[in-house]
Design a protein around this ligand. Structure first.
Ligand SMILES: NC(=O)c1ccc[n+]([C@@H]2O[C@H](COP(=O)([O-])OP(=O)(O)OC[C@H]3O[C@@H](n4cnc5c(N)ncnc54)[C@H](OP(=O)(O)O)[C@@H]3O)[C@@H](O)[C@H]2O)c1
Length: 271
């Protein structure tokens, strides 16, 4: 039997990219989904797609428009989910925005502050309000971080900081929850082909518009979602994706300056 059949999942950032792929794959397993993001239209599309993908296995889905940088909206997301399904089994903190700009090229710090509010505080708000429900079901928390949570990456100062913050928060929470039966799975993808770069904060604080990454040469959102759900199903503590990410973890301990050069080259090459 599928791990997520009739599993009540709150999924943030569900309207596009990795979140959209997660939603579809969860629906195919028969999950009961509360899909959150800011754009109502794209969430409605995602709901239709999930209902079609999971019809044969009893999937359910609702759209809950939410800006995760606003704590009250995160609380409302949790309340709406519980009102609809009666419980929460899984919270996937996936909503995020990126940046692509050197720190010394930034015009001001508004973009960095926004990244921290969405990527880090958004995950904290959702987790805070969902936790009492997750304790009742001995559920799962999933955090979608990034390889930039494991090492520094140029053009990503504020983004890497927000993902390091996520990692520190959830690694600590995992220990606190040991006796509550709630698992915390952190995933660390490398480049994944999504629209994240187009929306990323550029030097002037506005969306970059064009992706500097070779999107057709990097991991697909479907593959990233598949790996994420497998790790969450097994209640793994973390999953570092890509060969470069796995090797980089160990290399960093013995040759940190070489890891820095590899990170710089990845940004220069866009893959
Ligand atoms: N793509 C990569 O290379 C990559 C690599 C490592 C990690 N990640 C992480 O993967 C996660 C998903 O990113 P993606 O690549 O799938 O990018 P994406 O296609 O741009 O999706 C981002 C999602 O987050 C939502 N979102 C953004 N700001 C939000 C806010 N304030 N409140 C609620 N939802 C918000 C977006 O919807 P709305 O705009 O409608 O709100 C969208 O659904 C992010 O946490 C990202 O940091 C991505």
């Amino acid at each position: 039997m599928s791990s997520f059949k009739q599993n009540v999942v709150v999924l943030t950032g569900a309207s596009s990219g990795i979140g959209r792929a997660l939603a579809r794959q969860l629906a195919e397993q028969g999950a009961w989904l509360a899909l959150a993001a800011r754009s109502r239209d794209e969430l409605d599309d995602a709901v239709h797609e999930c209902l079609a993908a999971g019809r044969a296995v009893g999937a359910r889905a609702i759209a809950v428009p939410t800006d995760v940088s606003d704590e009250a909206q995160c609380r409302a997301l949790v309340e709406r989910t519980v009102a609809e399904y009666g419980r929460i089994d899984t919270l996937v903190n996936n909503a995020g925005i990126s940046m692509w700009a050197r720190f010394d090229a930034l015009r001001d710090l508004a973009g960095l502050e926004r990244i921290m509010r969405v990527n880090y505080l958004g995950a904290v708000y959702c987790t805070f309000h969902a936790l009492p429900h997750l304790k009742r079901t001995r559920g799962r928390i999933v955090g979608v971080a990034s390889l930039t949570a494991k090492t520094g990456v140029p053009t990503r100062t504020g983004y890497a900081a927000s993902k390091h913050a996520m990692a520190g928060f959830f690694d600590s929470l995992r220990i606190e929850l040991q006796d509550d039966g709630v698992s915390v799975t952190m995933v660390y993808p490398g480049f994944v082909a999504t629209g994240v770069r187009r929306h990323a904060v550029g030097p002037d604080g506005r969306p970059l518009g064009e992706s500097p990454v070779q999107e057709d040469a990097v991991m697909s959102a479907d593959e990233c979602a598949r790996l994420t759900l497998r790790a969450a199903a097994r209640r793994k503590r973390e999953l570092v994706m890509t060969a470069r990410g796995k090797v980089g973890q160990w290399l960093r301990l013995v040759a940190p300056s070489l890891t820095d050069r590899i990170a710089a080259r990845a940004i220069a090459r866009g893959r």
